[in-house]
Design a protein around this ligand. Structure first.
Ligand code: ZN
Length: 161
């Protein structure tokens, strides 16, 4: 099969006294995302969809949460490794579409920065990445600002065909 789509999802809880990093960009806020790594849910969800579309392992198998070498690791490093992995299987990225659900802070103004950064890591054009930011309309845990969630979809092209 030449074209393959993949879906990704990730969510993390907000905690105090941690930097808030999303898409490799530091967001100004009084909390960060709780995780073994830097908690970059956008990058984690992108990794998840790339692995899915390329029929590879999932993020937990590839980077186990109990692996000490991954503690506080910069998720950009993981994303670069996943790009290498899909490139080795002869997949190239056609596009990635992302939805970030976050009540607070407002992330809209960070979108150009995140897209620029992600396109650099993934070696694709900015037009190949789209990010949409939404709130949960004050419903549930996301609505109570307990954390954020990210959904992603990507389309890959296998150059073997
Ligand atoms: Zn994550």
């Amino acid at each position: 099969m030449r074209f393959r789509i993949g879906n990704g999802f990730d969510s993390h809880r907000f905690i105090k006294d941690k930097k808030f990093i999303l898409g490799g960009v530091e967001i100004i806020y009084n909390k960060g995302l709780d995780a073994h790594s830097d908690g970059d849910a956008l990058i984690h969800a992108i990794i998840d969809c790339l692995l899915g579309a390329s029929n590879s392992a999932d993020i937990g198998e590839l980077f186990p949460p109990n692996d000490i070498s991954l503690k506080n690791i910069n998720s950009e490093t993981l994303l670069s490794q996943v790009l290498d992995l899909i490139n080795k299987k002869n997949y190239e990225i056609i596009n990635i579409d992302c939805i970030i659900i976050c009540e607070e802070p407002k992330l809209k103004e960070y979108k150009p920065l995140m897209i620029k950064n992600l396109s650099k890591i993934l070696k694709i054009k900015e037009e190949q990445i789209n990010i949409k930011t939404k709130t949960a309309e004050k419903m549930g845990a996301l609505g109570r600002k307990e954390g954020l969630a990210v959904f992603t979809t990507c389309l890959l092209n296998n150059t073997d065909f």
